[in-house]
Design a binder for this molecule. Sequence first.
Ligand code: NCD
Length: 308
Amino acid sequence: MTLEAAARTWSHRHLLDVEGLGRDELEHVLDLAVEMREARRTRSHRSVLEAETVGLAFYEASTRTRVSFELAAVALGATVVDLAIAGSSVGKGESLVDTLRTLERTGVTTLVLRHGSSGAPHLAARTTGMRIVNAGDGTHAHPTQALLDALTLRDALGPLDGRRVTIVGDILHSRVARSNIHALRALGATVRVAGPSAWVAGFEAWPGVEVATTLEAALEGSDAVMTLRVQLERGAGGVAAYTEQWRLDDERMAMVLPGAPVLHPGPTNEGIELTAALANGPRSLIGRQVENGVPVRMAVLAQVTGAA
Ligand code: NCD
């Protein structure tokens, strides 16, 4: 598919969530990301965003998301400004809305926003004229992570119809898990969430989601397993007990379907949610997830800006 054709299928000015995106829209953005992989290599799309100024405002820590958004914007020829929050007027008490309005007035046209409060990107979309891309809001959503995870799974497994993807760990506090559930379900996969009962409570009410509360029940019949960091900053506790019962290692991964890969959005806390040997071993797609971050974000920036 050409960039022009892909962009025509996308009518949104913002990417706030994957919830609500249809299968066709998801497939189109993944196909566009595949095109962007090539475009990045050949440097062929360097004027696509030349009229855009992309701002990065990360109120929470980030390595791979922030860096890959910056590289994606640069690869498409945008002017990029990173509001380094720690050195900004946020430290002088400036409110989120005032900061956003300031960015807009300086000329930022598309803002990539990460914030600890669920809904902050929605507020930004309502109160400013900038296009907003959600780079993770509280426990709510992390749409570009779900897109890059879906692309990584599709690269490894082919179409996801009928595949069972199991997400293990601190589901309760995870925006990655929530966005993955929406994207994977829309792409035809079955999603199983698994972990200590307090961390999976309520998910049985989600349509098409299976819940497992033992490791055996979690891993059996899985085509792929994603594990998550324990989100201590969002109130998760009980790390020692979790590690004993749920840490993934090569021996435990023998319970999944043969060859099933392991994924993790990063940052990993090796030794807690998975062993270093598994994270760095042949089953691991963790490096591929990071690699897919740039082309997926190129595709998203091209689509929200309507650039083609
Ligand atoms: C995740 C996040 O920030 O939600 N990281 C990421 O963007 N790859 C997961 C996490 O912080 O554990």
